[in-house]
Design a protein around this ligand. Structure first.
Ligand code: SAM
Length: 253
């Protein structure tokens, strides 16, 4: 697969898939999106202080920016990251390794890229060490829809659900896939995704998760958060009713 580098508005770089122009990040800021869409609303820093180790599931490894943002969030507490990241196409990781990133992003991306390099050489799913003391990264190459079925139930403290959009990658937004993601989440875990699509939200609700509003990031007015038990910013009540109605239709189908 061929990927084209693209500088985003905060100075960080992302990749665009040449075949269809699907971009790995918002052009408003790839690093900003990683920090504000994923690490912050999933409460990675707080989980680190509370638990000492934070288990993150990521769907769509891409450039590794979300994992770098998780490491940055854990720096203050010194907690370890244990990440499992699912990626279909190793060429996106390879294409990202030489992109120029700003100093803060590069500082936290370096250990992620080090672990990704080792994982790509080994071509198996054994965990690779991030820098000593930072934690572990397990890269599972293949279709995430399949990989998700193999994960232990209730294992993860946070989920970065970051595949391409439903229009570009519909098979990762099915009710079955969303149910597999929910199965892998601990009760307190928060899932974050950039999508605010009604069907995606209803699929998460049909899997038993409560659905809340994700933050405004860049030009994207809102995303979606979901959790079994964690408090979440509420959706407008009328929207919440529409999601509940569609989720119950999904359950009956
Ligand atoms: C939006 S990008 C991810 C960006 C990434 N999270 C980061 O922090 O840089 C979406 C990624 O999902 C991957 N992807 C697409 N279809 C997939 C599938 N069926 N299974 C796993 N990964 C997939 C793409 O190759 C791409 O790397």
């Amino acid at each position: 697969m061929s990927w084209t580098p693209l500088e985003t508005d905060d100075g960080s770089w992302t990749l665009r898939r040449a075949r269809d122009g699907a971009s790995c990040h918002s052009t408003a800021g790839a690093w900003t999106q990683a920090c504000e869409r994923y690490a912050a609303p999933c409460r990675v820093a707080e989980l680190g202080s509370e638990r000492g180790v934070v288990r993150v599931l990521e769907v769509g490894t891409g450039l590794g920016l979300n994992l770098a943002a998780a490491l940055r969030a854990l720096a203050a507490s010194g907690a370890r990251l244990e990440a499992c990241s699912l990626e279909l196409d190793s060429s996106v990781i390879e294409a990202s390794l030489d992109l120029p990133q700003g100093p803060e992003c590069a500082r936290w991306l370096a250990p992620v890229q080090g672990a990704l390099r080792v994982a790509l050489e080994r071509r198996d799913s054994r965990s690779c060490e991030l820098e000593p003391g930072l934690g572990l990264l397990e890269l599972r190459l293949g279709d995430a829809a399949r990989s998700l079925e193999e994960l232990d139930a209730g294992r993860f403290d946070a989920v970065f659900f970051d595949p391409f959009a439903p229009a570009d990658e519909p098979r990762l937004w099915t009710r079955a896939v969303l149910a597999s993601v929910a199965r892998a989440m601990a009760p307190h875990a928060i899932l974050s995704t950039y999508s605010a699509a009604l069907d995606a939200r209803a699929g998460l609700a049909a899997a038993g998760l409560r659905v809340g509003q994700g933050p405004r990031v860049g030009r994207k007015a809102q995303g979606t958060l979901a959790s079994f038990t964690a408090p979440l910013p509420p959706l407008h009540p009328r929207l919440a009713r529409r999601i509940a109605a569609r989720a119950s239709r999904f359950r009956e189908a």
